[in-house]
Design a protein around this ligand. Sequence first.
Ligand SMILES: Nc1[nH]c(=O)nc2c1ncn2[C@H]1C[C@H](O)[C@@H](COP(=O)(O)OP(=O)(O)OP(=O)(O)O)O1
Length: 329
Amino acid sequence: MESVSDIDWSTWTPTEVSALLFVIRGGQILLIRKKRGLGAGKINAPGGRLDPGETPLQAALRETKEEVGVAALGVREWGELRFQFTDGYKLLCHVFAAYGCEGDAIETDEALPLWTPLHAIPYDEMWADDRLWLPLMLAGRRFSLVSIFDGDRMVDVKIDAHDPADVLFRYLKELGIETETVAHPPVFTVEAAKALRVNHDGLHVKNLFLRNKKGAMWLVSVQEDRVVDLRGLGERLGAGNLSFCSADRLRKHLGVQPGSVTPLAVIHDRDHQVKVAIDASLVGNRGHKVLCHPMTNDRTTSIRDEDLIRFLVSTGHQPVVLNFDQSSS
Ligand SMILES: Nc1[nH]c(=O)nc2c1ncn2[C@H]1C[C@H](O)[C@@H](COP(=O)(O)OP(=O)(O)OP(=O)(O)O)O1
């Protein structure tokens, strides 16, 4: 058994089913140093096998509570991992991410919690397959992996990932809009993006996804270095008090993960619940290129400013153009 193509995965039935849960909060991810069980000594996420009658989600939540004492919030499933071991054992693992938690992570007999910056995930100390799919999950892509392991040596692997940028690129093509896209490791902050910057000619965008008390939503795109005063912005938009939308709202209305907000994400807002405001300096100078993520933060797309406006209008999001140079907001 050398190759994943030797196995008929459609009839493959796991010996056991397990779940893994990664809590992601404030630019950090909650990992554990596992003390016992399969993969003891490695760094992984809280998780384990399902108890009888449990769903994968219930197991993920229970194991996270048992292993590091936190209650995960805002959980969603991102992928499935199928491990065929050469000794015949078969493990199916459901992978979840949570976007918040209650309680402080504590050390238990099973695990040492490690809050880890998203840019410093220690793949060398993790299972060999993790470096293939964890970046996909962080970039907001669903994945499905099949693999063969001999002990903890990965013999073969194949991964399928759904790309949330597919719909966007197809649509831009239909509009006849040409863009250029450069791939890079996932970035979660303007600073991280700057550090990874490659030969981009254009203006980088910072995006704020905001709501008022009544739940009306605005996607505001400004030049990356602007300091935006939300109070002044709320007044100028006639929105009243503005605050940042939750990650759940972001996923629901714009179809992207925190860190991947982009003006291009309005393609997901088919019922036009989100209003768009844009910094005049991004679009007021015909011929400029605007640089933003194509739904995921592992790529940067360059689009001409007039094409960005055309795209926004075509999706039903005529933007409000705001001059930030003449105002504190
Ligand atoms: N290649 C791999 N990559 C990965 O990221 N996690 C893996 C993995 N192979 C196994 N795991 C994880 C998935 C699951 O959470 C865990 C299963 O280990 P165990 O069966 O030892 O369960 P635990 O001891 O954690 O919990 P219990 O089921 O409560 O005993 O190991």
